[in-house]
Ligand binder design. Structure first.
Ligand SMILES: [Zn+2]
Length: 281
C-alpha cells in the first residue's frame, strides 16, 4: 500500500499508520529526553561567553583610550615645560616691568597646565588599573565558562553519537509515514499530540480505559473502537483511541491477572497473620 493515495486508505490502515507514527515520534521524544537540558545549557553558555567576549573587548578599548589620553597629556606637559624653560630664559633679557609681568603670568599659566595634566594622568592611571582588574576577572570568567562549555559539548556529543543513527532512522520513518496519512487527519493528530503532556496523540485502550488519561470508556464506545470503522477520540482528553490488537499489543488479560494474584497472596498472608494473631490470643 506504499503508493496508495492517503485518501484511499481504510480507517483501519489510517489508524495503524498513525499508531506507527506515534511510536516513532515517542521514540524520538525519548532520545530528546535523554539529551535533556544539555542542548539548552550549551546554547546558554555559548551566549554567555559571547557576551563576556564583547565585554572583554570593550574593556580593552577603554584601556586603550585611557592610555592614549595619558600619552597626549604627557606631550602637553613636555610642550608646557619647554615653554616654561623658554620664558624663564627670556626673563633674563626683559627690558621693563610689563614684559616681566607678562612672562611671569605665562610661566604661572604653563605651570598650572602641567599640574592639571599630571592630575588627569593620575586619574587615568587609576582607571587603567581598575579596568585591568576587570579585564583579568572577565578573562577568568571566560576561561571558566569555556571549560564548562567544552565539558557539556563533549557530554552532548557522546549522547548524540549514541542516538544519532537511530534518531535519523526514526526521523526518516516519520517523514515517510506522514506522507501516507491524509493532511487533515495528520494535522489534528499533531494538534492533539502537542496539547498532550506526554506527547501521545494516539493511545490504545488499556483495561477498558483511555491509555492516555485513564478514564473509563463506555462499552458501546469500546465496541466502536474495535470495529476500526471510525476514528474515535477519548471524550475526556481528546486523544485518538485504537484497540490494542491494532497496535500489535496482546490483550492484557495476562498482565491484568498478575497484580490481582499478588493482591490475593498478600491478602491471604494478612489473613494468615490475623489468624495466627487470634490463635495466639
Ligand atoms: Zn483520554
Amino acid at each position: 500500500m506504499a503508493k496508495k493515495d492517503p485518501k484511499e486508505l481504510s480507517v483501519e490502515d489510517k489508524l495503524s499508520a498513525l499508531y506507527k507514527l506515534q511510536t516513532a515520534l515517542s521514540a524520538i521524544d525519548e532520545k530528546r529526553a535523554l539529551r535533556g537540558e544539555l542542548p539548552l545549557e550549551v546554547q546558554d553558555l555559548e551566549d554567555e561567553i559571547e557576551g563576556l567576549t564583547t565585554r572583554f573587548s570593550k574593556i580593552e578599548s577603554d584601556i586603550e583610550d585611557f592610555r592614549s589620553a595619558i600619552a597626549q597629556k604627557r606631550n602637553e606637559i613636555e610642550t608646557a615645560q619647554a615653554s616654561v624653560e623658554r620664558y624663564k630664559s627670556q626673563l633674563d633679557e626683559v627690558r621693563n616691568n610689563r614684559e616681566y609681568d607678562t612672562l611671569s603670568k605665562e610661566i604661572e599659566f604653563q605651570t598650572l597646565e602641567i599640574q592639571l595634566c599630571n592630575k588627569k594622568i593620575k586619574e587615568a592611571t587609576v582607571k587603567v588599573a581598575e579596568r585591568q582588574e576587570d579585564l583579568a576577572k572577565t578573562k577568568e570568567n571566560i576561561t571558566e565558562r569555556q571549560k564548562d562549555l567544552d565539558h557539556k559539548r563533549e557530554e552532548l556529543a557522546e549522547i548524540m553519537q549514541e542516538t544519532r543513527e537511530e534518531e535519523d532512522r526514526l526521523k526518516a520513518e516519520v517523514k515517510d509515514l506522514e506522507t501516507k496519512i491524509e493532511p487533515r487527519l495528520l494535522d489534528s493528530f499533531k494538534r492533539i499530540r502537542k496539547g498532550a503532556r506526554n506527547g501521545l496523540g494516539l493511545v490504545y485502550v488499556q483495561r477498558d480505559a483511555c491509555g492516555g488519561c485513564f478514564n473509563k470508556i463506555p462499552p458501546q464506545r469500546q465496541l466502536d473502537i474495535k470495529m476500526h470503522k471510525k476514528i474515535i477520540v477519548c471524550e475526556y482528553c481528546g486523544r485518538i483511541l485504537i484497540d490494542p490488537e491494532l497496535a500489535g499489543v496482546k490483550p492484557e488479560k495476562v498482565e491484568e491477572k498478575k497484580p490481582k494474584r499478588k493482591r490475593t497472596t498478600r491478602r491471604t498472608k494478612m489473613a494468615d497473620e490475623k489468624e495466627e494473631a487470634s490463635n495466639e490470643e
